[in-house]
Design a protein around this ligand. Structure first.
Ligand SMILES: Nc1ncnc2c1ncn2[C@@H]1O[C@H](COP(=O)(O)OP(=O)(O)OP(=O)(O)O)[C@@H](O)[C@H]1O
Ligand SMILES: [Mg+2]
Length: 330
């Protein structure tokens, strides 16, 4: 694994809430959804780093911040040692050449009136990589690579002519054709039929080798995270609660939230030992964040200290980071 390619420091994104009528009359202060509430991590070149966690934990918002689709409320983002936190204009366009997204629903990101071939060619042209026949042959080549064959036929089709899996192959082709260095793949296989998930993941892995790619993978499916990742960061209500290599996350999870997520993965063996059960439910949105450790209302092990003080993410052993007071006692 190479040197660091991406680093975020104390990254935050607060979305302002619309004030209700009553709040306006009482001129109450604006309230915020604290979607991402101060997270720090780094990714090494060639690595597949996954952000996992339940719905609403802030994973997509982190991905959008890193892609510079939205501006952070606070914190910094570094790519290749350059501060990209406030990139705009031409500099941002250059970054796009190196950093590409693959989203969950390719149907909504593909123009229904544009032929598949044209859609894949678009980034080649806007980044001035090639034009005319040369661009077309690059498209045919990549169509073949993503398994849409014969490529001449798929070039002429429209998104509506394709299955979900084929559309995701188009989205992958469109991201890979400009040979990026870094991919943000947000729930890239979540809508893909179970029988096809592994094939699409393998396709992404094949580009990793060919292009020496680095991935930020985002998924709420732990089985997918386990299959693909080198390291996993677990998010809860806008914070990272645990970061570790994939094998440690699954074999030796330490944070009670990670333990609960792993215990909740369905297993074929019904006699597996008792599950680690959580109290309560995920708050609908991180508006009124609990005091102290924000996980404490659901944690079966919470103490007074957890209710009062917020734990920081700390390295408790080599490469294993936890934000939990209890880990100090273990
Ligand atoms: N543009 C926005 N305006 C207001 N709130 C937002 C906005 N985008 C996200 N949120 C809120 O921020 C929180 C985190 O959302 P986010 O989409 O990042 O979570 P997620 O972990 O990706 O969830 P999922 O697994 O469902 O995709 C949620 O409470 C969400 O409602
Ligand atoms: Mg999401």
């Amino acid at each position: 694994m190479g040197e660091e390619i991406l680093r975020v420091e104390n990254l935050k994104k607060y979305f302002p809430l619309e004030k209700s009528f009553v709040e306006k009359i009482l001129s109450r202060q604006r309230r915020y959804v604290r979607a991402v509430d101060g997270i720090s991590f780094s990714i090494r070149r060639g690595e597949i780093f996954t952000l996992a966690g339940e719905t609403g934990s802030g994973k997509t918002t982190v991905g959008r911040l890193i892609l510079r689709l939205i501006d952070p409320t606070d914190g910094k983002i570094f790519f290749d040692d350059k501060d990209i936190t406030n990139l705009k204009g031409e500099a941002l366009r250059e970054l796009r050449r190196k950093m590409q997204p693959i989203f969950q629903d390719p149907y909504s990101s593909l123009n229904p009136r544009m032929k598949v071939g044209e859609a894949i060619k678009h980034p080649v042209e806007i980044h001035g990589i090639a034009g005319g026949e040369e661009a077309r042959s690059l498209v045919l080549e990549i169509l073949e690579k993503v398994g849409l064959t014969p490529p001449e036929k798929f070039y002429e089709l429209y998104p509506k002519d394709l299955s979900g899996g084929q559309r995701q192959r188009v989205a992958i082709a469109r991201a890979m054709i400009i040979k990026p260095e870094f991919i943000v793949a947000d729930e890239a296989v979540s809508m893909i039929d179970v029988s096809l998930k592994a094939a699409i993941l393998e396709l992404m892995l094949s580009f990793r080798k060919e292009l020496d790619l680095t991935y930020l993978f985002i998924t709420h499916e732990l089985a997918v995270a386990k299959y693909i990742s080198d390291r996993i960061g677990v998010m809860y209500l806008g914070k990272i609660v645990e970061i570790a290599p994939t094998s440690k996350i699954f074999e030796n999870p330490i944070h009670p939230y990670t333990k609960a997520l792993i215990a909740a993965i369905p297993v074929p063996n019904p006699r597996r030992k008792k599950k680690f059960i959580l109290k309560g439910e995920v708050p609908v949105a991180p508006i009124d964040i609990p005091s102290g450790c924000r996980f404490h209302p659901r944690c079966p092990l919470a103490t007074d200290k957890c209710r009062r003080n917020e734990p920081e993410l700390e390295e408790i052993e080599n490469n294993h980071y936890i934000a939990c007071w209890l880990s100090e006692e273990n």
